[in-house]
Design a binder for this molecule. Sequence first.
Ligand code: TEU
Length: 573
Amino acid sequence: MTVPPQHSGQAWWTRAVVYQVYPRSFADSDGDGIGDLGGILQRIDHLADLGVDVLWLSPIYASPQADNGYDISDYQAIDPLFGTLEQLDELIGALHARGMKLLMDLVVNHTSDEHPWFAESRSSPTSAKRDWYWWRPPRPGLAAGEPGAEPTNWQSFFSGTTWELDDASGEYYLHLFDRKQPDLNWENPEVRQAVHAMMRWWLDRGVDGFRMDVINMISKDVAPDGHLHDGPPIPGTSLGDGSASYLCGPRIHEFLAEMHREVFAGRDGTFLTVGEMPGVTVEQARLFTDPARAEVDMVFQFEHVGLDHGTSKWDLKPLRMRDLKASFGRWQAGLAETGWNSLYWDNHDQPRAVSRFGDDSPRYRRDSATCLATLLHLHRGTPYVYQGEEIGMANFPFTSLDQFRDVESLNHHVQAVSAGADPVEVLTALRAMSRDNARTPVQWDASPHAGFTTGTPWLPVNPDSAEWNAAAQREDPTSVLAHYRRLIALRHSSDVVALGDLTMLLPDHDEVYAFTRRMGEDELLVVCNLSRTTYRLADLLPEAPAAELVLGNLPDDDPAELRPWEARVLRLS
Ligand code: TEU
């Protein structure tokens, strides 16, 4: 019997850094304009050179691509767009040979509507798989298709209602995301067993774990009679917020513990599980990541990437530094004794951090990218680097609607404009917040299409690629890339960076983010200037000017001065 470690500090991933590949936009080996496994295999030394420990691969499974692969029609096949199962095996081998691990994306809150499970479920109300999904009749008193006849008032993450009417049966099916992403019914034990079997099949192939897509949504709050509950109305719409019925629902801990037992328990090897959990609180996260409970190793939480949202992600407001400190501070404290944090700025759903929280003007782009990186990587937790972040990739200068591809952006535009919003304002919000900002091709070199493809890229390459690319940074010790390399190496070599306690300083300061990390006698002071203002360091932190510099993002200069976007890691003892 394996005894679970009682403290997360013993686990291998406390020193690890994960790199996320969004395959469609990473590297294209066959000239069709879409990145693929062949492209990843060609670029694998980029990851080894960076020093990352794990590659998280966004979905490469068979898919109609309604949500770029987060709509899966066969969990055990590779989409021909991306390559073959043999290439995936080759990738596992190539990563393992370099001491890296492979984390697969696990998207099991929903399937594609083109998955054979759903086709069978839809075929008839008496189908053996009918109950694998959430089928419900129209609201009592209303006919199928009538406005308001949807079984609940929930709003979809991708705009509009969460219910799609199936004309053949006159019943609706639930989709929290796109209508092509029907939600699986985890109440049904056959669904859970099928998912567990599929996960075991991937582990048997050699993968090292899973990033679990919206995994805190798999348990829905369903009444004994099968009724689902309306949520509070969302002002300005006819819909409601159903999240109380599906975020961390009543059986979520049971389902995750069962998954762990059925899939991982007793298996030889070192694995990693990370649950993507929109809306998760720190108290819930502590339960999810308590090693003694054996659910998941860490979660992705969304609090810090919601701090610049108003009433929705499209309603922008500036990030207030004190909010960021309060949020990160609570997560650090909340998971200090039990559980573990994951740390990220960027992923395939978020606009680029250097444009969003940094300063992507030519003067400060490099400095703010490295400052933000230092801030994040010096926290306690496992850092995630999203492709292109390590070279300071920025948002795309979108100028018109036809440049967007993302289903969330396109649906939002249709819905907002039809509800009377000014199209110019909608475009402004899309430019800042669209997920397509993260999805433009990785900029490898200064050649046409940035070395991403010899064909026509599925999303345009950012026009800044001649200047901002990996080749230009590889040998440059002052580059963003070199700075990421140093941060990753520091985590690997330093106990206090990996495991030390964190104390937040200057909680109310609007521009300077500072904290200490301490482990035994070893104490680091981290100070990051997230502004264009120059500060006298001694005015803020009297002990700082005399401390030894461990790592900084600007050339050594006057130790008493904290320059715009400067970040310093100092040793106090
Ligand atoms: O995203 C979950 C999620 O709730 C959000 O991040 C969402 O993508 C959106 O940005 C809300 O505004 C996960 C995946 O990461 C995302 O790519 C998928 O589209 C989604 O689940 C559905 O599978």
